[in-house]
Ligand binder design. Structure first.
Ligand code: GTP
Ligand code: MG
Length: 323
C-alpha cells in the first residue's frame, strides 16, 4: 500500500483536531454518493469518535470548555502516532494510506526545544500535503487584532521558508480557515475572508509563487464550517487574552459541519493528478500503480472540488488536473 504523509499545521487551539474529525465525519455522510471507501484504523476511529462527541455537544454556553487541547507537556515526539485514513475502491483492499500528523500545535509556533523543532521540520518536509488551519474569528474579528496572538502566522511562514528550500517533488498546501460560519454566509463576507487571507499570508503566497516553487506547489483556500451550528459572537478580553465567544443562531440547531470533506477531495485530487502526470513531471521514479477503477473512483469523488463561493485554487491548477 502506498503511503503519504500529511501535516496538520497551525497554532495551538485553532482547531486542527476538530477539522480532521469533521473531515472524516463529512466523508462518512457522503459515502453513499461515492465509489471509494475511506477506512480508519481502530485507534483513529476511537480518537476521532471522542472528538466528534465533544464537537456535537459544543454549545454556546461560555462555561463549556469544549474539547481538550492535544496534550503537549512531556509528550515525546516518538510517541505521536498519525491518524490513518486508508483509501480504496469499495469492496476491495485499500491501496492508499494517508497518515495525518496532528501533533500539538504549540510545537509549530513556540520554542520547545531542538528535538521537537526537528520533528516538526521533518514532518513538513516529508509531507506531500500540508493543511494550515486558521482560526477565522481571530483573523477577521476586531480588524484582525488577535490574529498574530492566535494563529502565529509568522512562525508558520518561517517553517515553509526553511522546509520548502530546494523542493524536489510537488506539494499541496491547503489554507483552511475554520470556525468560519459567521464569515461565509454571503458573497461579500466570503470575498472579505479571501482577501484577508491573501493579505495576511502574502509573504507565504509570494514564496510559493517564487520561480523555484511556482510549478511545484499547488495552493488552495478551503473555508470549512467545522460545526455549522455555532457562530462567532464577540470577544471577551481578560488580562489581554481574548476569549472568543460563540452562539447558536437557533437553540435547537444541531451539529451540521459543512465543506469539511473539501480538503480531503483536494488532497485525493492532487494525488491522482500526480499519478496521472507522473511521466510528464518526472518527479518520482518509483511511483505507485493504481488500478483503473480506483482512479475512476477518486476522479468521481474529487470532481466536485469547489472553486468558488470562498473556495479558490490560488496557484498550481496544472498540479490538480485530473482530466
Ligand atoms: N465554536 C467553535 N469551536 C470550535 C470549533 N472547532 C473547534 N472548536 C473549539 O476550539 C478548541 C480547539 O480545538 P482543537 O481542534 O482541539 O484545536 P487544535 O488545533 O487541535 O489544538 P491543539 O491540539 O492544542 O494544537 C476546542 O475547545 C474546540 O471545542 C468550531 O468550529 N466552532
Ligand atoms: Mg489538537
Amino acid at each position: 500500500m502506498r503511503e503519504f504523509n500529511i501535516t496538520m499545521l497551525g497554532a495551538r487551539y485553532v482547531g486542527k483536531t476538530s477539522l480532521l474529525t469533521s473531515m472524516y465525519h463529512e466523508y462518512q455522510e457522503e459515502i453513499e454518493k461515492t465509489t471509494i471507501k475511506i477506512n480508519t484504523d481502530t485507534r483513529t476511529a476511537s480518537l476521532l469518535g471522542k472528538t466528534l462527541a465533544d464537537l456535537k455537544s459544543l454549545n454556546a454556553d461560555s462555561s463549556n470548555e469544549g474539547i481538550k487541547p492535544t496534550e503537549f507537556i512531556g509528550v515525546d515526539p516518538k510517541e505521536i502516532k498519525p491518524f490513518i485514513f486508508e483509501v480504496g475502491q469499495k469492496g476491495k483492499k485499500s491501496e492508499i494510506k494517508l497518515n495525518f500528523w496532528d501533533y500539538p500545535g504549540v510545537w509549530n509556533t513556540e520554542d520547545i526545544g531542538e528535538q521537537k523543532d526537528k520533528y516538526v521540520m521533518n514532518k513538513i518536509k516529508e509531507s506531500v500535503a500540508i493543511l494550515i488551519a486558521i482560526d477565522t474569528p481571530a483573523l477577521m474579528a476586531a480588524k484582525g487584532k488577535w490574529h498574530h496572538k492566535q494563529n502565529h502566522p509568522l512562525q508558520i511562514i518561517n517553517r515553509f521558508n526553511k522546509c520548502y528550500a530546494d523542493l524536489k517533488s510537488p506539494r499541496l498546501v491547503i489554507l483552511a480557515p475554520i470556525k468560519c460560519e459567521s464569515y461565509v454566509q454571503d458573497e461579500k463576507s466570503r470575498q472579505e475572508l479571501t482577501n484577508k487571507i491573501k493579505q495576511e499570508y502574502k509573504v507565504l503566497l509570494d514564496l510559493f509563487q517564487s520561480e523555484a516553487l511556482a510549478d511545484k506547489v499547488a495552493v488552495v483556500i478551503t473555508p470549512v464550517q467545522t460545526v455549522g451550528n455555532i457562530f462567532f459572537s464577540y470577544i471577551d478580553v481578560r488580562q489581554n487574552t481574548p476569549l472568543f465567544r460563540f452562539k447558536k443562531q437557533n437553540p435547537d440547531a444541531e451539529y451540521s459541519p459543512k465543506d469539511n470533506e473539501q480538503p480531503l477531495k483536494y488532497l485525493l485530487r492532487f494525488l491522482l493528478a500526480l499519478h496521472l502526470n507522473n511521466r510528464l513531471w518526472g518527479f518520482f521514479r518509483d511511483w505507485f500503480k493504481w488500478d483503473e477503477y480506483l482512479k475512476q473512483a477518486i476522479r468521481d469523488f474529487a470532481k466536485d472540488c469547489k472553486d468558488s463561493d470562498g473556495f479558490e485554487v490560488v496557484q498550481g491548477k496544472k498540479l490538480l488536473d485530473i482530466n
